[in-house]
Write a protein that binds this ligand. Structure first.
Ligand code: UDP
Ligand code: MG
Length: 140
């Protein structure tokens, strides 16, 4: 059954380029409510654990170095059909393939440095939210 929450991170290059506010504005403009939010740096161990599903992929080492290379903004977002609609809002993994009006089309640099993360299922949204936030850090 679909839930109404997803998890996102604004990735290090987008934070470093000053896009945090603009990306949050697009997220709120799309109808999401922020239920939890924090700015933090991921250690290599944390980045490796978060992306463990990609451990066998050729880009894994680069991805872990990139995601631990500067602060990220993690958020839990709420809206009807949150996971699927957020994937539409962020656009394709490779910004060259991302549709007009998407966050990645506007702010991503490359397929690796692509501005934002978005959960790909309700199950992963719950796992990823719990990875970054304790229950008392989430508003009701
Ligand atoms: N990635 C990459 N090269 C690739 C595919 C993915 O560097 O060929 C990175 C990119 O940062 C991407 C992340 O690994 O966002 C996770 O990959 P996934 O296929 O889950 O893409 P997403 O769900 O983020 O669109
Ligand atoms: Mg993914």
């Amino acid at each position: 059954m679909a839930t109404n929450r997803t998890f996102t991170m604004i990735k290090p290059e987008a934070v470093a380029k000053g896009y945090t506010g603009k990306i949050i504005d697009m997220i709120i403009g799309a109808g999401y409510q922020i239920k939890a939010m924090k700015l933090k740096s991921l250690s290599k161990t944390e980045a490796g654990e978060f992306y463990a599903v990609h451990a066998e992929r050729p880009f894994y080492g680069e991805l872990v170095d990139y995601m631990s290379g500067g602060p990220i903004v993690a958020m839990i977002l709420e809206k009807d059909n949150a996971v699927e609609d957020f994937r539409t809002l962020i656009g394709a993994t490779d910004p060259a393939e991302a549709a007009e009006g998407t966050i990645r089309k506007a702010y991503a640099t490359s397929k690796g440095e692509n501005a934002v993360h978005g959960s790909d299922s309700d199950e992963n949204a719950a796992i990823e939210s719990a990875f970054h936030f304790s229950a008392e850090e989430i508003v009701g």
